[in-house]
Design a protein around this ligand. Structure first.
Ligand code: C5P
Length: 306
């Protein structure tokens, strides 16, 4: 049995250009792995079997168990790469919200690649794992790498960025269900028909990360998909404003959304903002308490836990 853990991400900078001929959008992005993780637990077995369980804020019914599941596809591509049959009993233990803009499915795929590489004892070189990850999805190579990284191409070309900061995030998953990433990109195309061929540069963000100063990072956060996500989910604008009013340095939509991410100056501030967002929601008389998570960053990419 082997357990591999992989983290959610936020995009500190998500510069999006006009769609390429293959339909993907050219990106200049800075990913940061945040301390909200899924585990992939793999057991030796003769056949193939996939199960999913997880935290109560995760909509497990929205996770497919067939070939659409990125863990199942990770197993297929790794097995094919080595000329093997796909085998294993695999359990995915989810804490990362589904379709939340946090790359949870990508984290699961990266963890599965690492877990099955060990389970099958095939010792895939890192560069091959990164290439297989890129086949699975634009964010999967970053989920292998973790930390803070610059992403180019459609996001799949990743290089580490030095990040000595210790950043505190408050993450608020949506209670109204997820957002489809292709739908958010389509709305981006409608709202931004004049998008440049070359995506906006991440240079200002990289300079801000290097300072280690939360306020500098807060000012430099940039997400070209935020306008499209807010257009599809207007309720998120009030949440962003509320988090900032409660003391967050800055609130942004994470990736394609709908999770909102609030950068805070310290652990105490993060706890205070999280408490206030939960408390305010209860005052509103909402049926379910809102889920508010506190996470540090950067954290490691997919790694063996046991
Ligand atoms: O690469 P991934 O499978 O995660 O992408 C999901 C969808 O998101 C793509 O099919 C595409 O519609 C959109 N996408 C995009 N440009 C990117 C990444 C994703 O248009 N750079």
């Amino acid at each position: 049995m082997i357990t591999v853990r992989a983290a959610a991400k936020v995009n500190l900078h998500l510069g999006v250009g006009a769609p390429r001929e293959d339909g993907f959008h050219p990106l200049e992005t800075v990913y940061q792995a945040v301390g909200l993780c899924d585990d992939v637990v793999a057991y030796a077995a003769d056949g193939w079997d996939l199960q999913v369980r997880g935290s109560d804020w995760v909509d497990l019914d929205a996770v497919p168990l067939d070939r659409r599941n990125l863990v199942a596809r990770a197993a297929e591509v790794l097995a094919a790469h080595h000329g093997l049959r796909r085998t294993g009993h695999v359990e995915v233990v989810k804490s990362i919200p589904v379709a939340g803009g946090l790359a949870g499915g990508s984290a699961d795929a990266a963890a599965a690649l690492v877990a099955l590489d060990r389970l099958w004892d095939v010792q895939t070189p890192d560069e091959d794992l990164l290439a297989l990850a890129a086949e699975l999805g634009s964010d999967v190579p970053f989920a292998l790498l973790g930390g803070t990284a610059l992403g180019t191409g459609r996001g799949e070309l990743v290089e580490p960025v030095a990040d000595d900061g210790s950043w505190w995030w408050v993450l608020v998953p949506s209670r109204e269900g997820g957002l489809s990433t292709p739908a958010v990109y389509r709305r981006f195309d409608e709202l931004r028909p004049d998008a440049p061929a070359t995506p906006p540069s991440a240079q200002a963000l990289l300079t801000a990360v290097a300072t280690g100063e939360p306020l500098a990072l807060a000012r430099a956060l940039h997400n070209d998909l935020q306008e499209a996500a807010l257009d599809l989910r207007p309720d998120l604008a009030a949440l962003l404003a509320r988090g900032e009013a409660e003391g967050a340095l800055r609130g942004i939509v994470s990736g394609s959304g709908p999770t909102c991410a609030f950068l805070c100056s310290t652990a105490d501030e993060a706890r205070a903002v999280a408490g206030a967002l939960q408390g305010r929601d209860a005052d509103d008389g909402a049926d379910d308490p809102v889920t508010v998570l506190v996470a540090t960053a950067p954290v490691a990419g997919a790694h063996v836990v046991v």
